[in-house]
Structure formats: C-alpha cells, structure tokens
Ligand binder design. Structure first.
Ligand code: 2HA
Ligand code: ZN
Length: 252
C-alpha cells in the first residue's frame, strides 16, 4: 500500500507537528490541514477526481495531505487513518487519492495552488500547514489596514522582525476551501513563506513542517503582544533604529 510506504519516512514529523497544533489550541475540532510534497514517485491505489483548476506543474507529483474532517489530535496518534496520498495525473487535470478513511482536506485548492508555485519557484519548500492561531485571528479583525497589521507584528520583538519581515503577507477574507483563496495564496507565496488569511488563520510553507510551524508561532506571539498592548501597540513597538540594528546584526 503506497500510503503506508510513504508514511515510514514522514510519520515522526507529521505526528509531532499535528500534536503541537492541537496542544496550542490552533486546531480546534477538525480545523487545520497540512501537506508534504514527496520526492519519489508513488502509485496511490484509489479513486480519480477531476480538478477545477488544472495543475500541470504538479503532473506526476505525489503529496501527503490530511483528510477532510480529520482532527490534528487524531492525526498525531494515528497518521494512517487521517492522511491521504494524492498523485496529480492527466497533465494536471485530475488526481488519484488513496486513504484508509475519507477524502482529502477541504483546503485542497490552496494546497495544490501553492505547491504548483513552490515546485517551480521554491523547490526546497516541500511542506505546507494551515492552522487557526487564536491571537493572530483576533488581531486581523481589529486592524483592517494590511500594511499596518504587518508593521505592528514585526515591531513586537526581534524574532518577529527577523522571521516575518518581507516574509509575511496578509490577505483579505475569502471563503474557506475556495479556488479564489487558493489563487490569492499561491500568488503571495511567490514572495513570502507566511500568508495570513484575515478572519480565518494562517498558511505557512517551509523546507519541512517544523520550519512552517516556526512562522506561525512567531506571528501568533507577535499578535498576542500587540493585543496585550492594545491601543498603545503602535507607540510601544520597536523603533526604526532598533529594527535596523536587528537586521544589521542578524539579517542575511
Ligand atoms: O481543515 O481549517 O480552512 C478545515 C479548515 C478549513
Ligand atoms: Zn481553516
């Protein structure tokens, strides 16, 4: 069984990150989803489904994805029953999915759209995760200006300045699971690794799930500090000079 074969290598990472997402309260009920674009060629034994937007860039690529309705707390304990192995076929017009329980995540349009960009433009990024970080979502409801929201986040503490500067974009609200959300997210991922979905959550890419999680952790902590500061978050944030010092000392 191809799904079981792919799991042996990736199980520890997937289970660890799924467990952390559940523990942090960012994956309430059946929310959140993740995917890994696999290196090898696999042949999932399962049903074939058409894609509403063809993804020829992904032809022949295989991905491990969470199943729709799966819970991160269950994924951490039982990856085989909460993941699907998906292979893109027919010059990107369809996919074949193998899973022991259920169909693939409702956010498949975003995962495929983003992997289609990554495979061409940032091939070292294999991992995507989408989750619902509490404080970050709250702040997106309060601060409507996207530039102001990004600026507030990066000024909250040095790690935020380093990891999120020129690496985070904020999208206005779109319907979860929609092609529209996928297209907008994929466009943003050409430039950044962290994409905030206003009023919903965040999607992050990385070489692996741990580095994608790093971005979410830093963004949510920055949002938490901003919320603690309330109306004073603007005047209290790191100054231009302080940011400059951080980039000079630690930037690329
Ligand atoms: O997996 O989080 O955005 C369920 C969701 C949809
Ligand atoms: Zn979601």
């Amino acid at each position: 069984m191809a799904l079981r074969e792919t799991l042996s290598e990736h199980e520890p990472e997937i289970c660890a990150v799924a467990g952390l997402l559940a523990e942090r309260g960012w994956a309430e009920a059946n929310s959140g989803n993740l995917s890994l674009r696999l290196g090898g060629s696999f042949d999932p034994a399962g049903e074939r489904f058409p894609l509403s937007i063809p993804r020829p860039e992904l032809e022949g690529h295989s991905l491990l994805l969470t199943t729709g309705g799966s819970r991160m707390r269950d994924l951490a304990e039982n990856p085989l029953e909460n993941l699907c192995l998906v292979k893109v076929v027919d010059v990107g017009r369809a996919y074949v999915s193998e899973g022991t329980r259920g169909e693939v995540t409702s956010e498949l349009p975003s995962h495929l759209a983003v992997h289609a960009v990554l495979v061409k433009e940032r091939p070292d990024h294999h991992a995507l995760l989408h989750t619902h970080p509490t404080f970050l979502i709250a702040l997106t409801h309060l601060v409507k200006d996207r530039a102001e929201l990004r600026d507030t986040l990066i000024r909250m503490f040095p790690e935020a300045a380093l990891l999120l500067h020129e690496n985070l974009e904020i999208l206005d609200y779109r319907t979860p699971g929609s092609d529209e959300l996928g297209v907008a997210t994929a466009e943003a991922i050409r430039r950044v690794s962290g994409v905030v979905w206003r009023g919903h959550g965040m999607l992050a890419s990385g070489a692996n799930l741990y580095s994608a999680l790093d971005l979410v952790e830093v963004a949510d902590k920055a949002a938490r500090i901003a919320l603690l500061l309330g109306d004073r978050s603007k005047e209290c944030g790191l100054s231009d000079d302080q940011l400059k010092g951080i980039y000079e000392a630690f930037g690329d």
